[in-house]
Design a protein around this ligand. Sequence first.
Ligand code: DOR
Ligand code: ZN
Length: 347
Amino acid sequence: MTECIKIRKPDDWHLHVRDGAMLKASLPFTARSFGRAIIMPNLVPPVRVVKDAEAYRERLLAALPAGSTFKPLMTCYLTDDTDPDEVEAGFRHGVFTAVKLYPANATTNSAAGVSDYNKIRPVLARMEKIGMPLLMHGEEVDPEVDVFDREEVFIERRLIPWTREFPGLKLVLEHLSSKVAVDYVRSAAPQVGATITPYHLALNRTDWLGFGLRPYMYCMPVIKTERDRRALVEAATSGDACFFLGTDSAPHPVAKKLNVIGAAGLFNSPVAIESYAKIFADAGALDKLEGFASLNGPRHYGLPPNDETITLEASPWTAPEEVRVDGPEERALVYRGGESIEWRISS
Ligand code: DOR
Ligand code: ZN
């Protein structure tokens, strides 16, 4: 008999769907398997104020397949000049679910991110007061810091001091990539939670660099060692409530991925929940998938889990190599494109 598992409908607590033609091409993949998603604000220009988030949300809703019940949860892009009143107004009116911190120049479209950490203190204090979560691209972008150590140094220099200065501030360390970060999050829970991507669970840096350079495995934070990957799998499949699903699916036009300076990001929403299911099945922990994918995230955000369910079944299919995008962007390469994917959504 084919193995199957029925779980509450999952949510994606970290997602890039972009705008325009790329939005239309990418969002339906997420709406197929997830009830809600935290939508990243790193557009050009970024989503910084309430009216821009409202307009972006309208474009998202218009890009959904007919009849979809998917709900986008919007975020506010933090800059040195973010006004605490704007953040609070967006939160109180149900437009902003959270604020997203990108250290300036840490990744795609982060040039307007935070460059002076002193300046964001009033925003953090206000968020602590109103119970609004801060989502962090947790990497220290100091040229003195090795790219493989950026996450660890961010935890030391920024995150640990913030947990002390703002003990009531809810924090999410996004796309966890190292054993050090896993150990830290466990020690700082429940104040700090963390998302884990399907590709940080599946890949190590030998996969990325060891047998020819694989540009589609390039992301920020970069893929790390096998020891780190194993720690991430152990964390995700442990059942610990501080770890939850966030795909960081991040489509780029193929010309930007394969450029002299390639863009960071993996477009994984076409195979996301299916790839998590494989990781959990291989670890003998399918019984922990629902907690990670559908329960721990809502709990950290103080939201109810979804009422609907999905069923996943162990029956292979082949992932598309690319997704066509209208206009000059043409196409985006799919993570695991062309590979046989072991699990599928059956209902
Ligand atoms: O690899 C990444 N791509 N990491 C991020 O944090 C941003 C994302 C993107 O927007 O492409
Ligand atoms: Zn991201």
